[in-house]
Design a binder for this molecule. Sequence first.
Ligand code: A4P
Ligand code: MG
Length: 218
Amino acid sequence: MRHACRAKPRVMTPMNDAAHTPLLAVPETVYIGLGANLDDPRAHVERAAAELMDLPASRLEQVSWLYRTAPVGPADQPDYINAAARLVTRLPPRALLAALQAIERRHGRVRDGTRWGPRTLDLDMLLFGARHAVWPGLRLPHPEIHRRAFVLVPLADVAPAVLDIPGQGRLETLRAAVPKDGVAAFAPVALPLPAGELPAAAVPAGAGDGQPPRAALS
Ligand code: A4P
Ligand code: MG
């Protein structure tokens, strides 16, 4: 008698998807923007930074300071905690986006359709190498970077001043031009790891003791 041998259905989590995506032949440097303004936003951002360390085929290189920032968009929402991270990865852009969205979901991110509304965690792919591209659901660089101090200030902690933002210009020029009221260095990022394994957190210009709030950034 023959036994029908049914293969067990495979559970494909986003992380499995990412793990089964053909990897890039050459690693790329990627910058991620982290933001949160609900349910202990600092903890969400710090935990998310730690979770970036677990992305497959990737290495988290540096995390910026945490910044407290006034909301851009609807004003009737709490201040945000924002940060930026530099990652080197062999995941292709859309696999990385899927992995970032899986982290957002684990943090209880709810998309209710409100544009720029409050959220427990937002992970934006700011830059992926020098790519300037539009795919369904993914634009590179992130389209709003050049207008936003809450992105440019932390990004400058983890990226070279001469970094070219494709289609926009140099990071240092964009950062100098954008109004920075409402953006204040808040604290160095603390990652829940044994001492010695922390990725270097950059010290932003004009900051030093981690005590909020501080003078407006130049
Ligand atoms: N998407 C396209 N390109 C990208 C990319 N490069 N990185 C798509 C990430 N996602 C990208 O995003 C909407 C869609 O954008 C996704 O389906 C994705 O496929 P979302 O995260 O669902 O919604 P969102 O974040 O509300 O939209 P959006 O337009 O990305 O908003 P932003 O630009 O992220 O702005 N004020 C302060 N102070 N700090 C903040 O962090 N954040 C926002 C959100 C508004 N105001 C803020 C802050
Ligand atoms: Mg977003």
